[in-house]
Design a protein around this ligand. Sequence first.
Ligand code: HEM
Length: 195
Amino acid sequence: MRILKKSVVCIIFNAAFYGLITNTVLAWSSGPPAYRTGASGDNGTCNADGCHNSYSLDSGSAIFSIKPPTAYTAGKAVKIKVAFSNSSGKKHGFEMTALDADGNRVGTFKKIGNTTQVISPGDAARELDKADKDKYIEQSTKGVKKKSWVFKWTPPVSATDPIKFYAAGCEADGKGTAGDDYVYTTTAEISASTP
Ligand code: HEM
């Protein structure tokens, strides 16, 4: 009888521990999988089947925007802001990439502080190809508490203008599930400044 009791306790403990690990390690609120910005060549957005698809894309009432500078100088880093306004969401997230006019992913992203993270090819859960290192930025675990994020983007030395930023954003109810959250997409263009 005592052995049975022990093994039952052991099973319950392992199940709880496994549940905790899984939730902690694979929580998409800590940053979504790569290729979900809605850009051509990506796998759609956060609004995919089995994800945040309770409502149709861009059907929410919040404003989701990208604020880049008016122009860029090749190789010189600029600051970009992604923001939700008019939002009643409890948690928020986003993912962004940049394509040139030929559809190439261009430039490199760099976080400022700890509310965003650049997706790394080494991060198995997010499945980013090595070739796309530094080409995708998203909210971090700390970042879901924010409604706006500022980070850096360094333009390439040469690209076919205009360069277009693509972002998908999630206005979430904070219930820790993918349900009842609104997903938005937005874009913004930038070209090299003429000397
Ligand atoms: C750019 C795309 C995405 C963004 C910005 C995003 C953002 C978020 C946010 C803010 C939460 C917290 C929700 C809450 O507490 O109410 C969350 C949770 C969640 N997301 Fe996403 N998500 C994205 C894509 C995805 C995709 C593609 C999937 C499915 C493969 C997914 C599955 C989940 C799940 C299962 C949860 C609940 C548990 C957890 O925190 O992981 N998400 N996501």
